[in-house]
Design a protein around this ligand. Structure first.
Ligand SMILES: Cc1cc2nc3c(=O)[nH]c(=O)nc-3n(C[C@H](O)[C@H](O)[C@H](O)COP(=O)(O)OP(=O)(O)OC[C@H]3O[C@@H](n4cnc5c(N)ncnc54)[C@H](O)[C@@H]3O)c2cc1C
Ligand SMILES: NC(=O)C1=CN([C@@H]2O[C@H](COP(=O)(O)OP(=O)(O)OC[C@H]3O[C@@H](n4cnc5c(N)ncnc54)[C@H](OP(=O)(O)O)[C@@H]3O)[C@@H](O)[C@H]2O)C=CC1
Ligand code: HEM
Ligand SMILES: [Cu+2]
Ligand SMILES: [Fe+3]
Length: 487
């Protein structure tokens, strides 16, 4: 623990309440830590690096002292808590009660609860760890902070990973003191209100990409269905009907027929809810009524569905570039050449050449357009665009990508939908199935461009209502209002 870590991040300075940097008194403020585990060690190192002086309270200071930076004072718990005003409690919830012996010395001080419950603990206790700590020490002020920062991030400094530290407490003054410390350590304090929010703050590290669950399951479901369908058509059918072994197609060929279908269907599912919402608004003649829950949810998950579509499309492009490299395709090419030499024929089907040149070009253009959408969905880029620019890329260019993909698929499919020998076990070629939803979306969008519809829709979206005067009806369910999507 040398070098970088010893250098103060914001040396001997503290952040003033108004956010400006102010000189601290020449004596470094003293901070206490109870516990000598992984978190306590990282915290002590970071605090010292940020210009604080640290005193650690351990049940066994002799054993643990060697693990801390030399400038940290490691001592018995009773001794450690006597002078600092702010004391971090870096022990697990089940050991909080062991601190009760110290309650006299702790009276009037600020206790910072950094603990994280396990998922099971979180479900088991209705009361958050911080509130439990507050109930054990009624004479102290408890502040919840730092639980979302891992010991590792504390060690490595705030350059990588999450910089935000949610803070809550019932005492604004204590919250401000801890916020200033968070700031001085190079992190961003985020005020989460009173200690009643502690349960929510403690749930944060338990989350694993919640907005992605349904879209990911949807993509996986589509993948499995299309893969099975393509397997039956491209592998099982030749095997059963003609005794041909085409199992070599499983890793690349079948995957590369499946991925683009998933990408295409997902892309159309990004634009379908907007069409459904517009249809509902047209039918109801007002925008002041909530959409049904399923539609609302769907509208809110479009970003994730779109990014998954982009991911599958990008994989499809890479797989497609690899096709000529495959041994199977080289053998087929050589066999074809041998056949031609034997028959002295010259193979150049003009229509096939044009078809492929066009569909590959359209595919590349579609992927290029989708990349723009993906890039603008990065928060740093989205923040630099105004609302109109963002909606132009997301709504207009996204729709252009859907049209380009449809043309790509149509030129790829060409007349195959009408050739009888393309129907394996009476199953139509895969691309015909994927065209259904996108074509509905494109037709509906075209329909909404007709003056009669577009004018009415524009009026409705400006607040006009079918029944005459503009009415502003507050939804009965106030809590849900903020989460409601508006199209
Ligand atoms: C790769 C990729 C990345 C994506 N990233 C994001 C992302 O970062 N964030 C995100 O939200 N979505 C993202 N999406 C999803 C999608 O692009 C957006 O949700 C997009 O805005 C949907 O467009 P839409 O036209 O269907 O719907 P909307 O833009 O919701 O509009 C629906 C219709 O209503 C019209 N309309 C909307 N508001 C008004 C109004 N006030 N007055 C008049 N008419 C109106 C529009 O012109 C449109 O015809 C992404 C998609 C993809 C493929
Ligand atoms: N590790 C991490 O990345 C993060 C940890 N946290 C939280 O920090 C707290 C500490 O975690 P961590 O440092 O990883 O855990 P450790 O197990 O490494 O350390 C816990 C400390 O608690 C003390 N302790 C252990 N048993 C008892 C006991 N029976 N009675 C009293 N004190 C005891 C010990 O200190 P001593 O022997 O000196 O008394 C020990 O060093 C937890 O609440 C955790 O949720 C929060 C965010 C991230
Ligand atoms: C660099 C970009 C792209 C290239 C080079 C490309 C190339 C190809 C190729 C070679 C095929 C034929 C695959 C086969 O022989 O089985 C194909 C089919 C297809 N592609 Fe693309 N593509 C691109 C982008 C896209 C994008 C962005 C989408 C959709 C979002 C897409 C959707 C499809 C679909 C649906 C099919 C038909 C699959 C089938 O039913 O067999 N492609 N593409
Ligand atoms: Cu959902
Ligand atoms: Fe959700």
């Amino acid at each position: 623990m040398s070098g970088e870590m010893d250098k103060p991040l914001i040396s001997r300075r503290l952040v003033d309440s108004d956010g400006s940097l102010a000189e601290t008194p020449s004596k470094a403020p003293k901070v206490g830590i109870l516990g000598s585990g992984d978190f306590a060690r990282s915290l002590a190192t970071r605090l010292i690096g940020s210009g604080f002086s640290v005193v650690v309270g351990s049940r066994n200071p002799k054993r643990t002292a060697g693990l801390f930076p030399s400038s940290a004072q490691v001592t018995l718990r009773e001794e450690a808590v006597s002078s600092p005003e702010v004391i971090f409690v870096a022990v697990f919830r089940e050991h909080y009660s062991s601190l009760c012996d110290l309650s006299d010395q702790l009276a009037g001080k600020i206790l910072v609860d950094v603990s994280n419950p396990t998922e099971q603990e979180h479900l088991q206790h209705r009361e958050s760890n911080a509130e439990y700590l507050a109930s054990l020490f009624p004479t102290c002020t408890v502040v919840k902070a730092f639980n979302v920062i891992s010991a590792w991030t504390l060690q490595a400094g705030p350059r990588d990973g999450n910089r935000q530290v949610p803070i809550c407490s019932d005492q604004p003054e204590a919250k401000r003191t801890v916020s200033e410390m968070v700031h001085a350590m190079g992190f961003m304090p985020v005020d989460m209100g009173s200690l009643a929010s502690a349960r929510e703050v403690e749930a944060m590290p338990l989350r694993l990409l919640p907005g992605w669950k349904v879209p990911t399951l949807l993509a996986l479901g589509l993948f499995v269905c299309f893969y099975a369908y393509n397997f039956i058509r491209d592998v099982l059918h030749p095997y059963v009907q003609h005794g041909k072994n085409k199992f070599y197609k499983l890793p690349v060929s079948v995957v590369n027929t499946t991925l683009p279908c998933v990408a295409y269907v997902l892309l159309s599912l990004v634009y379908l809810p907007g069409v459904l919402a517009a249809t509902l608004q047209l039918r109801r003649g007002t925008k002041y009524r909530r959409f049904p829950d399923w539609l609302d949810h769907w509208l809110q998950h479009r970003k994730q569905i779109g990014l998954l579509s982009f991911y599958c499309a990008a994989l499809h492009a890479v797989y497609s570039f690899c096709l000529p490299l495959l041994r199977s395709s080289r053998y087929e090419l050589v066999n074809l050449a041998v056949d031609q030499v034997a028959n002295k024929s010259h193979l150049w089907v003009e229509e096939e050449v044009w078809r492929m040149e066009i569909y590959v070009s359209l595919g590349v253009l579609a992927l290029g357009t989708l990349s723009l959408l993906a890039v603008t969905s990065l928060p740093s880029i989205a923040n630099s665009l105004n609302w109109r620019e963002f909606s132009f890329v997301q709504s207009t260019l996204g729709f252009v990508a859907l049209v380009l993909t449809t043309l790509h698929t149509l030129t790829y499919g060409w007349t195959r939908a009408f050739e009888e020998n393309r129907y394996k076990f009476y199953l139509p070629p895969t691309f015909t199935l994927t065209l259904l939803v996108p074509c509905v979306v494109i037709l509906a969008k075209a329909l909404f461009l007709l003056p009669c519809f577009s004018r009415r829709l524009a009026k409705i979206r400006r607040g006009w209502e079918k029944d005459g005067a503009i009415k502003f009806v507050l939804p009965t369910d106030h809590i849900l209002v903020e989460k409601t999507s508006h199209v």
